[in-house]
Ligand binder design. Structure first.
Ligand SMILES: *[C@@H]1O[C@H](CO)[C@@H](O)[C@H](O)[C@H]1NC(C)=O
Length: 354
């Protein structure tokens, strides 16, 4: 049975972890807010460079113009443009540190021209110099010169948050991002430098760039007599994997099933010349399946009186000859002009039964 104390301490631990999480997350976002503020400050500074106290150009204003450069009025104008009105964190930070901006503007600007460094890193301490992280701006894993040996991102880099560990780029792994993941091999490597290059597309694991350097072939590839990984032709292995009206197309590492040409009944490839047999209404001619002309047969396929045969792709139609129109399944002479017009609207009936 858990005691009351152990239950309470469990919740205390959860609470502490939550607070810790919020705190470290906040430190990262505080730094990016601060960076945005100082970026906007510099933009505001550039924007107001040609401004003066406003209005005309009297001699009095000309004399005062030089003073505007360093005036409180200019500072206020810059401060007003630092945050979107919707950004709570930004506005709060500016409000909280207004006196710091004032101090920098009037007293520190000359000695500390880089506002980001002075304000975000050294004064309110939400950021760190690049290559460093955390409360004390310690060097990232792999050193502050080249965090993660240039093969990853240092967690919290440039902020007072994070843990300084590496999130390695694609192809790299290990605490120092010097090792290669499966599918990549070390093209160059020493204690401080590593270059991982992608294996040949046929390898799962490899030691070099070609298909002969595979330690293990990927699925859909197999070792040949030279121990190189080559494509498996799935289409010769198992022809039943595609449907009857499809053909198998081998691709590197795989295969796909493609629809046969509609003139074919089964096929071994694309087009009317790859049929195994012809579809109904088509016949083989010069090694291709082509449309059969049902109308061009010794015995007429349209038996009714005054009917004529019209060939279509894959089939045929029987329709009334000119001057006749269909009525109750028979072709009658078109007697009057009106009836003639009506007959031209009649749709010829398609014969499916041959
Ligand atoms: C490691 O290799 C890189 C690139 O080839 C080279 O610039 C560097 O000097 C080497 N470092 C050592 C310690 O050998």
């Amino acid at each position: 049975m858990p005691t009351r104390t152990s239950i309470i301490s469990f919740y205390v631990v959860i609470l502490v972890l939550q607070v810790h999480y919020m705190y470290t997350k906040d430190l990262k976002s505080s730094c990016s807010t601060c960076r945005q503020i100082t970026d906007n400050f510099n933009k505001g500074f550039d924007r107001t460079v040609k401004q003066n106290f406003g209005g005309g150009n009297t001699a009095w204003e000309e004399r005062k113009l030089s003073k505007y450069e360093t005036s409180e009025i200019r500072l206020v104008e810059i401060l007003e443009g630092l945050c979107d009105s919707s950004s709570f964190e930004c506005n709060q930070m500016v409000e909280e540190h207004e006196d710091q901006f004032e101090a920098w503007w009037f007293k520190r600007k000359t000695k500390h021209p880089d506002l980001f460094k002075w304000f975000c890193i050294e004064t309110i301490k939400v950021c760190c110099p690049s290559g460093t992280f955390g409360p004390d701006c310690n060097g990232c894993v792999g050193g502050s010169e080249k965090p993660c040996h240039g093969n990853g991102q240092c967690d919290g880099e440039g902020t007072r948050g994070g843990n300084g560990k590496c999130n390695c780029n694609l192809g790299y792994k290990g605490e120092l991002c010097l090792d290669c993941t499966d599918g990549y091999f070390n093209e160059e490597k020493n204690d401080t430098f590593s270059l991982c290059t992608e294996c040949h597309t046929s390898c799962k694991i490899c030691t070099g760039p070609t298909n002969k350097d595979c330690d293990d072939c990927k699925d859909g590839w197999e070792e040949d007599d030279d121990e190189a990984c080559i494509d498996v032709d799935e289409c010769t292995e198992d022809s039943s994997s595609c449907k009857e009206d499809q053909y198998c197309l081998n691709t590197p590492g795989s295969y796909s099933c493609k629809a046969c040409d509609k003139v074919c009944s089964g096929c071994k490839g694309p087009g009317p010349d790859q049929c195994l047999a012809c579809s109904e209404g088509f016949m083989e001619e010069e090694d291709k399946c082509t449309d059969m002309n049902e109308c061009d047969q010794p015995e007429s396929v349209c038996a009714e009186e005054h009917q004529e045969c019209l060939n279509t792709i894959g089939s045929y139609k029987c329709q009334c000859a000119e001057g006749f129109h269909e009525e109750d399944g028979a072709c009658n002479p078109a007697a009057t002009l009106e009836e003639n017009q009506q007959s031209s609207e009649d749709q010829p009936a398609e014969h499916e039964d041959l």
